[in-house]
Design a protein around this ligand. Structure first.
Ligand SMILES: Nc1nc2c(ncn2[C@@H]2O[C@H](COP(=O)(O)OP(=O)(O)OP(=O)(O)O)[C@@H](O)[C@H]2O)c(=O)[nH]1
Ligand SMILES: [Mg+2]
Length: 249
């Protein structure tokens, strides 16, 4: 991802849904039908990156400015870390990535929002189309953790009721400046009934896992037979997760 400042997704001609008011079936994802907001192409479709996919979902990264949303996305998409000076996102941007989930090609269209207060009205408009939200705080920034409750209130106000939410405590690679304990994150997540993980965009800790887990949950919801048991997102994450100090990428 370019670190240049930009106001909308990478070139509105490439944006599948530059206007949040467009219908999902007309958004260029290659959709033929939608159900519960989930996009089903009638046949495998081609994403902007030239990759075929069977099913597509929108995921949004939200949280205070500086918690590492852009870095998390760049780590996931490009397997790189944006070190150096911090360039705050302006408005909203997106990247696509196709994952292989249980023999299906699942395209995640990942929206990277600006955490700064002044862009809040821009990002509110995108919430209602999101199938999943990754809500980040920074383990070295107490205020970003304290603001999680306010973010959840905002999410409940603007997002779909059944949106998948996952809480991520980012920058878990930092040891000496850590001010939020892992247990505090776990307890907050339990209080609000959302899955939780610590991540590091720098080391790659749990980055792939956070997106894969969400993709699995969304894929399972959209393809599961009525008598099939629900996918247990937190159980899956607990099984796969590595804790800070170890090194899953
Ligand atoms: N140590 C460490 N630093 C990180 C990590 N993730 C991000 N950073 C640093 O934190 C700063 C902010 O990262 P960004 O990804 O730009 O933050 P953001 O959440 O996108 O901020 P806004 O765009 O303003 O909302 C940058 O200087 C990054 O290098 C991480 O996992 N570990
Ligand atoms: Mg950013």
């Amino acid at each position: 991802m370019s670190r240049k400042k930009n106001v909308k997704g990478k070139g509105s001609s490439k944006s599948p849904n530059a206007s949040p008011n467009k219908s999902k079936s007309g958004n260029g994802i290659g959709a033929a039908a939608t159900s519960n907001g989930v996009v089903y192409p009638s046949r495998p479709s081609l994403s902007n990156s030239g990759e075929f996919y069977d099913i597509a979902f929108k995921v949004m990264l939200v949280g205070d400015s500086g918690v590492g949303k852009t870095c998390l996305l760049v780590r996931f998409k490009d397997r790189a870390f944006l070190a150096g000076s911090f360039i705050s996102t302006v408005g909203i941007d997106f990247r696509n990535k196709v994952l292989n989930i249980d023999a299906l090609k699942v395209k995640l269209q990942i929206w990277d929002t600006a955490g700064q207060e002044r862009f809040r009205s821009v990002t509110h408009a995108y919430y209602r189309d999101a199938h999943a939200l990754l809500l980040l705080y920074d383990v070295t920034n107490k205020a970003s953790f304290d603001n999680i409750k306010a973010w959840l209130t905002e999410i409940h106000e603007y997002a779909q009721q059944d949106v998948v939410i996952m809480l991520l405590g980012n920058k878990a690679d930092v040891t000496h400046d850590r001010v939020v304990k892992r247990e505090e994150g776990e307890n907050l997540a339990k209080e609000f009934g959302v899955p939780f993980m610590e991540t590091s965009a720098k080391s790659g800790l749990n980055v792939e896992l956070s997106f894969t887990a969400v993709a699995k949950e969304l894929k399972h919801r959209s393809t599961k037979a009525p008598d099939e048991p629900k996918f247990q997102l937190q159980d899956y994450v607990n099984k796969e997760m590595k804790t800070a100090g170890c090194c899953r990428s």
